[in-house]
Write a protein of this length. Structure first.
Length: 591
């Protein structure tokens, strides 16, 4: 079937609208029914779905209204295409209409172009054909932050600090990080030629790299801390999370750890099935982890653990923060519900909704919120206020205050009778404030000065960097000189590009602006330890990899250090629960 561009766009729009229509109507839809919907071909799609709708008792008035609205949209697009004074991009109009429609729902119901849909499904699967580099845009160049150990780029000699100039001969200077990823990814086994500019090397370097499966690790770091406690960092829940977690736990348990810290801060979630399986590792079989409630029968379900585990009964602390969402909240809340772990940090994000992906006819797709989930204690951790904030709707201070107040009015109990709170997100048993950086320290990070200095430092001193390397006072002084020189050069460049009067406005420090070209003695003294640790971490990463660098960074992590200290003060999880309870009593008395 040959379709014009405009008709293809309309087909995508109808696909989106009919999927939503079908979901509204399917109060008794089965799993097989929904699976079949996804596989239906373009031809007959609307008729097939309409027949299903009528068969399952869809209200005629609702169907009639939606059909009329679709006809109206179709009529408008056809008229614009036929008689509008300029050429009309029907595809863009339809995509804008779809996005505008979905914005009225919730922030997680979203439309993906074909390219976006491919990227999204690849990241969820946990693997793709790529090179194995972590990148960021620094100035006009896509710059290698770190090659991933064992990947094609790592084996070929790509280094941190390499600035990617060309991909397959095409100059990519100035493009976005997303665009560069698209150009470098591809079919597994195919070749891509990457040309880089390396600091300290006169001529550009060319690398012919064969793309390979790049596993996206959801457990990038796991090691034993100096007090005998195991530490595991979990960054997402993809198809390999349980497998990676089990491997990390097995290795740590062989080292006879006395406890475990599971770090789920900034974990945005992922696959629901993996959240259930990872909880299973700690609570054993036949435990309800989560249940879902939605409009259609298929959306109402419960998820139980299935297999027996023989993990040692060591105390577990789960770290969360405001960016822990979705599957990570299920995990943290479930260990809290079953009294298997103490939760520390800040109240989590509150993303308690479940989405389902639907592919569309042209390779694009739509992600639709189909239900909310509830953890075993009965808590629905979805924060409705987030839906407003993320879609740009105004939220009053009173609304925020009312929600904060209601959080402690929704009381639930764990399996052993401990009080936990609902009303949005997972509330930690012990609240710990996150680190706060000074304006001076934030500016140092924003300007990538630690990274840039480390690249230069390694060009001259790589052989001198041993595993126990620390930044000396001399290196600290050299960094300060580097910072001042870099900032002065940047300010001079601004002056040369702009009109003299305008340049004065651009570079003249204001009362609230940090001028790194003229740092105060107070700023340098206050931030000396932060600067030294940050530089040590960057330099160690260039020589020994991410995990060794990460071990240095945790010294600056106050939330993690508080969790670590709890193991020094208490031997059992019950003792930790009792301590958390005493803190809540003190808070209640002080209110």
């Amino acid at each position: 079937m040959n379709l014009s561009r405009g008709n293809k766009a309309l087909l995508v729009a109808f696909s989106v609208l009919w999927i939503i229509t079908g979901l509204w109507a399917y109060s008794k839809a089965t799993h097989d029914d929904l699976a079949q919907i996804e596989l239906e071909s373009e031809q007959g799609y609307e008729n097939n779905l309409t027949q299903r709708y009528q068969k399952q008792g869809g209200g005629s008035s609702s169907k009639s209204t939606i059909t009329q609205d679709i006809a109206k949209l179709y009529d408008i697009i056809r008229k614009l295409d036929a008689i509008y004074v300029d050429e009309v991009d029907s595809s863009k109009l339809i995509e804008d209409a779809i996005n505008g429609m979905l914005k009225e729902l919730d922030p997680h119901t979203t439309y993906f172009t074909a390219e976006e849909f491919e990227t999204f499904t690849s990241s969820t699967k946990g693997e793709f054909g790529g090179l194995g580099i972590q990148i960021d845009k620094k100035g006009d160049y896509i710059t290698v932050v770190s090659p991933i150990e064992g990947t094609p780029a790592f084996k070929m000699g790509i280094m941190a600090g390499d600035m990617i100039w060309k991909v397959d001969g095409e100059d990519i200077t100035g493009i976005s990080t997303t665009e560069s990823i698209t150009k470098m990814r591809g079919e597994i086994g195919t070749k891509v030629v990457v040309t880089v500019i390396r600091p300290g090397v006169k001529e550009p370097l060319e690398f012919a790299i064969i793309r390979d499966v790049i596993a996206i690790k959801s457990v990038p770091y796991s090691f034993k801390l100096d007090n005998g406690v195991g530490y595991v960092r979990m960054t997402q829940f993809n198809a390999h999370t349980t497998e990676e977690l089990v491997a990390a736990l097995d290795e740590l348990e062989e080292q006879d750890i006395k406890g475990l810290i599971l770090d789920l801060r900034f974990n945005p979630g992922g696959l629901l099935s993996e959240a259930v399986n990872t909880v299973n590792e700690f609570v054993g079989p036949n435990k309800r982890v989560v249940y879902t409630k939605g409009k259609i029968a298929y959306s109402n379900d419960e998820y139980l653990t299935e297999y027996d585990t023989k993990r040692p009964d060591y105390p577990v602390i789960v770290l969360i923060n405001e960016a822990s969402a979705s599957a990570s909240e299920i995990f943290a809340g479930s260990l809290q519900d079953y009294d298997r772990g103490l939760v520390m940090g800040k109240t989590s994000f509150g993303k308690g909704s479940v989405q389902q992906l639907f592919p569309l006819a042209d390779g694009s797709g739509i992600k639709i919120t189909t239900s909310h989930y509830y953890i075993n204690s009965g808590r629905c951790i979805h924060k409705t206020i987030n839906d407003k904030l993320l879609t740009g709707k105004k939220v009053t201070e009173k609304e925020k205050e009312d929600i904060e107040k209601s959080n402690h009015e929704h009381i639930y109990k764990t399996e052993k009778g401990r009080i936990v709170y609902g009303g949005g997100g997972v509330t930690p048993d012990i609240e710990v404030q996150a680190d706060t950086l000074s304006k001076f320290e934030l500016e140092l990070r924003r300007k990538n000065l630690f990274f840039n200095f480390a690249v230069d430092f390694m060009l001259k001193n790589s052989r001198k960097v041993k595993p126990d390397f620390t930044v000396s006072n001399k290196t600290f002084d050299n960094f300060v000189k580097f910072m001042i020189k870099t900032e002065l050069a940047e300010q001079k460049e601004i002056e040369e590009k702009e009109d003299k009067e305008e340049s004065k406005k651009s570079v003249k420090p204001t009362k609230n602006k940090i001028d790194l070209a003229h740092p105060t003695a107070e700023d340098l003294a206050h931030s000396e330890e932060f600067i030294k640790l940050s530089l040590t971490s960057e330099i160690i990463e260039k020589k020994y990899g991410n995990q060794e660098s990460y071990k240095i960074r945790i010294a600056m992590d106050s939330q993690l250090q508080e969790a670590k200290k709890l193991f020094d003060d208490y031997n059992t999880l019950q003792e930790m629960f009792d301590y958390a309870s005493s803190l809540k009593k003190e808070e209640g008395e002080n209110e």
